[in-house]
Design a protein around this ligand. Structure first.
Ligand SMILES: [Cu+2]
Length: 231
């Protein structure tokens, strides 16, 4: 906790120094603040254990399907926090890997554009998306095809499965603006959020959606808390 605090102070100081060095015009143009979203879930985790009898040298003999993961301090893991009213943001190249017969990370966020899909397992996988706004994909990814790239142009929460390994489940969250996924303590830090009143939306694959409004200040971190309810 103290470490996080020190880092936040350091970032604020660095931001202040940058503002002095470059003048206020550039600081305003870069603009934006950080929204730290905390998502809590009071209920029990939902993690299915599955026996595996296929490709066990890569997949193991037992695996799990993580439907609701609850981390430390009742934090909800793998929830997507986004700013639906803001465009652009910090564009990071989105990558999802098929590793150990799982999609890693379980939830990947991206702005409309390209997703790099890796297969580091050295066995046949298959990318099968359940999308409506974007064209659905159902493509084999043989072991020699280490990487392929697909385009997702429209904002949508896309379920991804593999027809070779029935338990494999992942999500691609295509959001118009800045977004982040909650970590092992249920916290997501969204950077580059335009200053002013912004709607923050939290989405979870089984627990649904919630939204709240926050007042974002340039160069500052605004905190907001959510509590998701079981269905
Ligand atoms: Cu697979």
């Amino acid at each position: 906790m103290r470490k996080t605090f020190v880092v936040v102070i350091a970032v604020v100081l660095a931001g202040g120094a940058a503002m002095l060095a470059s003048g206020p015009r550039q600081a305003t143009a870069q603009g934006g603040g950080t929204v730290e979203v905390e998502v809590k879930y009071a209920g029990a985790p939902v993690i299915e254990k599955i026996k595996v009898n296929k490709d066990t040298q890569k997949c193991g003999t037992e695996t799990t399907i993580e439907k609701v993961v609850v981390g430390g301090n009742k934090g909800l893991v793998n929830a997507v926090a986004s700013v639906p009213g803001a465009k652009g943001g910090k564009v990071v190249k989105a990558v999802i890997d098929q590793h150990g017969c799982k999609f890693v990370p379980h939830v990947v966020v991206m702005n409309p554009g390209e997703l790099e899909i890796k297969n580091s397992d050295d066995i046949l996988h298959n990318i099968h998306t359940y999308s409506t706004a974007n064209p659905a994909i159902n493509k084999a990814q043989p072991k020699f095809k280490k990487t392929m790239t697909e385009k997702f142009e429209k904002p949508e929460m896309i379920k991804v499965t593999c027809d070779v390994h029935s338990w494999m489940l992942g999500w691609v969250a295509v959001t118009p603006g800045p977004a982040a996924v909650t970590d092992n303590s249920g916290v997501a830090k969204i950077e580059g959020v335009p200053a002013g009143k912004q709607k923050i939306e939290v989405w979870h694959e089984t627990l649904g959606k919630q939204e709240k409004e926050v007042d974002v200040k340039a160069g500052q971190t605004t905190k907001v808390s959510f509590e998701m309810k079981g269905k």
